[in-house]
Design a protein around this ligand. Structure first.
Ligand code: F3S
Length: 369
């Protein structure tokens, strides 16, 4: 099953341990071969998630990545961690994790939106570990990746290979159920994930939808349903390639979730430049009366300096490198309002925080009133 080059990787000290992981996974999933990947994306970066055990394991990894490799958000903004209320000990451990990845040749992108950076092409094989980005890459771009773990993505980054199974194989990418969807797509994804775990939905929308809405849909589907791919009629690149499923369900993107929020948190997944512009427009020059935290990547932040300056002049904070779920900083709030189905699912589970839900407009209104 292995090529000569891959066999050599099993002997080379710098690649041996990682190649063993890739080969073991290939056996578990009955993959006939390994495929070359064009990029990897690693999760499990926040010290809050991986703890001392994860840090100890990372210290043992040798070698250099063989392909472009990006990194998921950390537990803090690397520059504004004190402002977020992060302590010195956490800061030091987090920086050590980042230093290890840097030495492996990983790009310190610290975002769950690697598609804005790596820009994978249709049909490329990837080994990505952030579940929301996996859905985005498979569905919206037509690249091919399974839902990797932080460990398997790192092993693939070092070897440049991933086992050929699951969504790398065209036949496994066929839709399994038609979903007629209306309303907020973040909520549609949240509900579809709960109702159709592990399926590949084929969406029919009742209106034109934006890329940012599809991004929110991707994150929700992954969070509640372990879904790794969807099709959307007339929109996604492979929607015509398979037979349309016979089963149809309807989902309305509407949900009632309320509590008195002390923090409004936007940017799950990390905001695009267009979303930052939209937030500024919705603020309409009004100062915020409650905490409004917005999360984006350092790459988008660099491109959006003027917009961010104007948003922050109104009292909101735009953090990069981290998010409301992977950072312990949100834990000091009892109720947080979000526009993301993924944050709606994870904030109570991972941080024990009550969550209120609204679309972007309602979130901004809540922040200024
Ligand atoms: Fe990204 Fe954090 Fe949400 S990593 S998808 S902003 S939970």
């Amino acid at each position: 099953m292995l090529t000569e080059e891959e066999e050599k990787m099993l002997e080379n000290e710098a690649t041996r341990d990682c190649m063993k992981i890739v080969v073991a996974l290939a056996k578990v999933f009955d993959a006939e071969k390994l495929v070359k990947i064009s990029s990897a994306h690693i999760s499990g970066v926040s010290y809050d998630n991986i703890g001392d055990e994860g840090l100890d394991w990372l210290r043992t990894i040798k070698g250099k990545v063989a392909v472009r490799t990006t990194l998921n958000p950390a537990g803090m903004d690397l520059d504004r961690w004190e402002e977020m209320g992060i302590g010195e000990d956490f800061y030091r451990k987090q920086m050590e994790i980042i230093e290890i990845f840097k030495n492996l040749g990983v790009e310190i992108t610290l975002t769950c939106t690697p598609y804005y950076i790596l820009e994978p092409k249709f049909g490329e094989h990837l080994a990505w570990a952030e579940s929301s980005a996996v859905v985005y890459a498979n569905s919206i771009i037509g690249a091919r990746t399974n839902r990797e773990s932080g460990i398997s993505a790192l092993a693939s980054a070092i070897t440049g290979r991933t086992p050929y199974y699951g969504l790398h194989v065209k036949e496994n990418r066929a839709p399994t159920v038609v979903v007629k969807a209306s309303g907020d797509l973040s909520v549609v994804g949240y509900k579809a994930g709960l109702e159709l775990p592990g399926e590949i939905p084929y969406f029919l929308f009742d209106r034109r939808v934006s890329l940012d809405e599809l991004k929110l849909l991707s994150a929700s589907l992954a969070a509640t349903g372990n879904i790794a791919m969807f099709h959307a009629e007339g929109i996604t690149p492979e929607w015509r390639d398979f037979e349309k499923p016979s089963e149809t369900i309807e989902i309305e993107g509407k949900i009632e979730k309320g509590c008195e929020a002390q923090l409004i948190a936007i940017g799950c997944p990390h905001c695009s430049k267009e979303e930052l512009e939209e937030i500024l427009r919705l603020l309409g020059g009004r100062r915020v009366k409650r905490e409004l935290w917005i999360f984006t990547s350092r790459k988008i932040a660099e491109k959006s300096g003027e917009i961010i300056r104007k948003i922050e002049e109104l009292g909101a904070k735009v953090f990069k490198d981290t998010c409301m779920v992977v950072s312990p900083a949100t834990e000091r709030f009892e109720c947080v309002m979000v526009n993301s189905g993924k944050a709606l699912e994870y904030l109570p589970k991972k941080r024990g925080i009550e969550v209120a839900f609204g679309n972007l407009k309602s979130c901004i209104e809540a922040a200024v009133n």
